[in-house]
Write a new protein. Sequence first.
Length: 323
Amino acid sequence: MTRSHRQTLGVWLVFFGLVIFGGLRYDNFLGSYNIASFLNYNAMFIAISIGMCFVIMTGGIDLSVGSVAAFASVIAAYLSPYGLEVALPGGILAGMAFGAINAFFITVMRIPPFIATLATMLGAKGGSLVISGAQTISIDWSSNFTLLGLGKAFGVLPWTIVVVLILVLFTWVLLECMPLGRKVLAVGDNEQAATLMGLNVNRVKVFVYLLSGGCAGLAGVFLASGFGAGQPLEGVGWELSAIAGVVVGGTLLTGGSGSITATVGGALLLGLIFNVLNFENGLGSISLSAYWQMVIRGGFLLGVILVQAHLVKKHALNKRSLT
C-alpha cells in the first residue's frame, strides 16, 4: 500500500469514526436534516478544495479562491433571472476568468503564485463589492436557479452533492488515468526535470489555475443558489479551509503528490469537526463562538503542516541514504 493510499484510508477511517461518535452522542446527528444540511454546505468547500489540490500538486498556491467564489456568487445572482442554464455556466466562467489572470501572471509575468493570487484575491474582492454596491444581490426566486442549492435529486441527495460527485469523478479520472494527471505530478515533483523531459510546464500551470478558478466559481454558484443571494462579503478564509482540506488529505505543500479522494475526505472531516462542535455547544458542554472555529481551523492546519514537514524531511533523508 502506497503512502497516498494509506493517507486516504486514514482520513476516511477518522471521518467515519467521528460519524459514529456523533451518532451515539447526539440526538438527530444522523437525521436526514443534519446530513442534508452538512452535505449541502460543505459541497462548496469540496469544490474549492479539489481545485486547490491540483494547484498544490504543481507546487503552487491559490489564495484567491474565497474572493473569486464571492465574486461568482454575485455574477450568478445577477444572471439568475435567466435561469440555472445561464447562471451556472456564467458563475463558473467568472471564476475561470480569474484563474486565467492568475495563470497569466504566473506563467508569462513570472510572478510567484503567492503574490499573484494574493493580488487576484484583492481584485476579486474589490470587484465583487463594486459591482454589487457592497450589498447582497437577491436572486430571482421565480426562476429555476434555486433548484441547485435547495432542491434534491430524486428527493434524496442535494443537487449540489450530485454536481460535486460528478466533479470528483471527473478530476479523479483526470489525475489517476489520464496523461495530464501524471504531468501535473511531474511538474510538482521537479519542474526543471519536467521541462527537460519535454513537458510543457506552462500549459500544465494554466490548466490547474483555470480548474481552480472554475471550482471556486462553482462554489460561488452554490452559495448564491443555496442562500438566495450573491454575497460579496462571503468567502473570507475559504482559501485556508481549502488548503487545510488538501493538506489533511495528505497532499504535500511542496507538490508532486496528491489524492482526490483523500482531499474530499479531508474537506468533509474538517466540516464534520465543526458540525460536532456545534452539537456539543447545543448540549452546553462547551461554549465556542463562530470566531473560535477560525482559531481551531488555523491550529489544526498548523499541526498538520508540522507533521508534513517532518515527513518531507524524513523522506528526503531516506532518498539521500539510498543514493
